[in-house]
Design a protein around this ligand. Sequence first.
Ligand SMILES: Nc1ncnc2c1ncn2[C@@H]1O[C@H](COP(=O)(O)OP(=O)(O)OP(=O)(O)O)[C@@H](O)[C@H]1O
Length: 261
Amino acid sequence: MTAGNVLEISGLTLDLGGRRILGGVDLAVRPGQVHGLAGESGSGKTMTGLAALGLLPPGARTGGRIELEGTDLLTLPPRQLAALRGRSVSMVFQDPSTSLHPMLSIGHQLTDHLRHHLKLNRRAAKERAAELLTQVRIPNPLEALGRYPHQFSGGMRQRIAIAIALACEPKVLIADEPTTALDVTVQAGVLRLLRGLCDELGLAVLLVTHDLGVMSAIADDVSVMRHGLVVETGPRGRVLTEPRHEYTRQLLDALPGRSTV
Ligand SMILES: Nc1ncnc2c1ncn2[C@@H]1O[C@H](COP(=O)(O)OP(=O)(O)OP(=O)(O)O)[C@@H](O)[C@H]1O
């Protein structure tokens, strides 16, 4: 594993139901860095993220390596993998309702997580929960703990889902289309938050998105996937202004308001 990387994927292959989904993906993420993973629908972005969490569908067959701080996740026994998930690496999905329980208060969900994973007592868990809500810029965090998901806007719910993902201070956060379901007016705020967390906490963020505009707003490095392979990777400025691969060029040409990148 190369020094400076916290997550390093090399030669990752994935077969599902006899079909090759990933054909040898190489990808590396460093602490304090947002690495954008772009590509058309079906190119394998989500599967790459799920593989890094050990959350592939049943029957998945994998090859290659996914190293998290030197540990190969693909050869880890299921129990050890489960212990890492949510602690060293965690994920935020497109739709915050998938990670938030509609019938439980925010405080309940955050403290459950903290008590279960970090074995905090009730009081310490509540304090930490309020701290996490502050970190994701939820106003009046103590009061917010007593409220339910439907009492928050979509953007706020996504911030809360990010707070839950950060609860155990993971090294790597995989954010899969985290702003796609949100109103454009709140997208920028959530992206700024992710960027800030990355800078403040030294978090490594793998940002999966089909939207090169989102990518251009916060990514340090960008990788472009096509048909289960990373076809191009490099610093954002270079990839988005001087793409070397024909497919990256096509993606950029297809972007509305191309002048934004
Ligand atoms: N449970 C599954 N079983 C079999 N094949 C699957 C399963 N889930 C996804 N696939 C296939 O894996 C391939 C990669 O899908 P993936 O979701 O990773 O693409 P993506 O780049 O994230 O696309 P999108 O932006 O649409 O989410 C697709 O061809 C998809 O049909």
